[in-house]
Structure formats: structure tokens, C-alpha cells
Design a protein around this ligand. Structure first.
Ligand code: SF4
Ligand code: SF4
Length: 134
């Protein structure tokens, strides 16, 4: 019985030593954490932040809105005198968007793209319905 208790005590000391060794090992290494929001880390190049639109490139073809699985994109347009579509508004409900990127991939004109912004919290979901054509 005494031997069993001593074994447990030594095991406890051993495990404590293991834990302290890890602490000491990291004590003298540079910290990998950053002091957000004072310090910010640049996102990775493929990071999907906010959806953007280059209005000049958009032909209002609506391929993006037809492919969007969540029906987030609303494209409104007029027909000009030259019988071509003129973009009136391009609205995306970012609250429903699942950032799949399909809309960007299918656009034949490279009109929509991702930026790298990430500080986009809002208190009201209605604020996530964003006009992208401005
Ligand atoms: S990223 Fe996906 S869910 Fe979001 S608007 Fe584009 S197609 Fe729709
Ligand atoms: S963003 Fe691209 S796919 Fe969408 S309506 Fe404009 S041109 Fe068409």
C-alpha cells in the first residue's frame, strides 16, 4: 500500500517536471502571439475577405447570381439605347454568403473578386446586405 502511494507521488513529481520543462523551453523563445488589435497579421494571399465588384467590368450577365447556391446576389440593370445591359445595382447579402467563391470563379469578365478585409463585424444583420457597385 505504501509502495503504491510512493509510486503515485513520484509519478506526480515526474509529470510536474515534464510540464515545467515545456514552460521553461518556451520561456526564452520569441512569442508567436500578437497583441491584436494593436498588432495585425497580414492574411494569406488566398484569404476571402469581402466580395468586391469592379463596376466597369460587370456586364450584368447575372451568371454569378444564377450560380450562387445561397441566392445572395441581386443584379439589377437597365437596357440601354444600344440594347446592352447597364448595371443599375449589384447587391450581395454577405450574411447569407458562405464564402464558397463560386460567383468569382464563374464570372467570365473577372468583375468580382475578394479583398482581404476581415474586421467586418456588425450588430445588425441588415448591415450585411451590401451594395457592391459603388
Ligand atoms: S461566395 Fe458563394 S455564397 Fe457567397 S455570394 Fe458568392 S456564390 Fe454566393
Ligand atoms: S459580376 Fe461577372 S458574372 Fe456577375 S453579373 Fe457581373 S459580369 Fe456577370
Amino acid at each position: 500500500m505504501v509502495g503504491f502511494k510512493m509510486k503515485k507521488i513520484w509519478l506526480g513529481i515526474y509529470n510536474l517536471g515534464l510540464g515545467l520543462a515545456v514552460t521553461v523551453k518556451h520561456l526564452f523563445k520569441p512569442a508567436i502571439t500578437i497583441q491584436y488589435p494593436d498588432e495585425k497579421r497580414a492574411p494569406y494571399p488566398a484569404f476571402r475577405g469581402n466580395l468586391r465588384l469592379n463596376r466597369d467590368k460587370c456586364t450584368s450577365c447575372m451568371i454569378c447570381s444564377n450560380y450562387c447556391p445561397n441566392y445572395c446576389i441581386e443584379v439589377k440593370f437597365d437596357i440601354g439605347e444600344d440594347k446592352k445591359r447597364k448595371l443599375q445595382s449589384y447587391t450581395v447579402d454577405m450574411g447569407r454568403c458562405m464564402y464558397c467563391g463560386i460567383c468569382v470563379e464563374v464570372c467570365p469578365f473577372g468583375a468580382n473578386y475578394w479583398d482581404q478585409s476581415y474586421e467586418r463585424s456588425v450588430y445588425d444583420r441588415a448591415q450585411l446586405i451590401e451594395r457592391k457597385d459603388k
